[in-house]
Design a protein around this ligand. Structure first.
Ligand SMILES: [Fe+2]
Length: 262
């Protein structure tokens, strides 16, 4: 991939987004969230690429993955008016389909097309398959980190907005009450993630989002979590109980360990 190829991909993406005109304020807010998310994931990806000392070609490939990772969100929202995959469609698989059906990557060598499509497909899987080639595995790890690093921002902003200004498709429709499932906290202490489908309240979801830190791959990602004070900012949105405070401390300890060992 050359610089002009990447510029052409950015132009294609922008035109593709413009082919989903919002029909009301609510649509506009939801599409805007995803455009801004894409921009910010691209920036995060560049930070990681720099930290990993990638060369120009690898960096551009990583940026292309970031650019397209959520391309499926646009047709997903248009058809289903939600970003919840469980009640609509797997947006990563849909994104890969969009890229292939529109021949969006056709100017690139086959090997690069394949890497981008496969990294987009794998960006949201619960568990990354173990037997991936080195190049693909690195891209998958990078996009998963770059994505989470921005989803924390998206949700902190979402939680802070008054209800009528919230982008409606972002929430999971869970009740915003302080109760949480004991297994969500237990999993946090064991450095494990719970399944999205087992969550009952928004507090469960916030605790799951904190647990995403256990899925980060790179020291640079942990540094960004610390710089952006994500743990403290999430803690402020959680119920003030001793159990929750202990769980947040466990997450903080994990972060500090990673920062020291990195
Ligand atoms: Fe995504």
């Amino acid at each position: 991939m050359e610089r002009n190829d990447l510029n052409a991909l950015k132009a294609w993406f922008s035109e593709y987004c413009n082919s989903f005109p919002p029909s009301c304020d609510e649509d506009r807010r939801n599409y805007d969230v995803k455009r801004k998310h894409t921009d910010d994931v691209c920036s995060n990806m560049l930070l990681l690429a720099q930290n990993l000392d990638l060369d120009d070609r690898e960096t551009m490939l990583a940026e292309a993955v970031a650019l397209f990772h959520d391309v499926g969100r646009f047709p997903q929202y248009q058809q289903y008016k939600t970003f919840q995959d469980s009640i609509s469609v797997n947006h990563a698989a849909l994104g890969a389909k969009v890229l292939i059906e529109n021949a969006a990557l056709c100017s690139l060598p086959n090997e690069e097309q394949d890497l981008i499509v496969r990294a987009v497909t794998l960006h949201n899987v619960m568990t990354v398959p173990g037997e991936l080639d080195r190049d693909l595995l690195q891209l998958v790890k990078m996009i998963r980190d770059a994505d989470k690093l921005d989803i924390w921002r998206v949700f902190l902003e979402y939680y802070a907005l008054p209800t009528k200004e919230k982008p409606t498709a972002v929430g999971l429709g869970l009740p915003d009450i302080p109760e949480y499932l004991p297994e969500v906290l237990a999993n946090l202490h064991q450095h494990k993630l719970v399944l999205l489908l087992s969550l009952k309240t928004l507090t469960d979801f916030k605790l799951l989002q904190l647990a995403w830190i256990f899925d980060l791959n790179f020291t640079a990602s942990f540094r960004i979590v610390a710089q952006r004070s994500y743990i403290d900012r999430f803690a402020l949105t959680l119920p003030k109980t001793n159990d929750v405070a202990d769980a947040v401390d466990a997450v903080r300890e994990y972060l500090n360990e990673k920062l020291q060992n990195g």
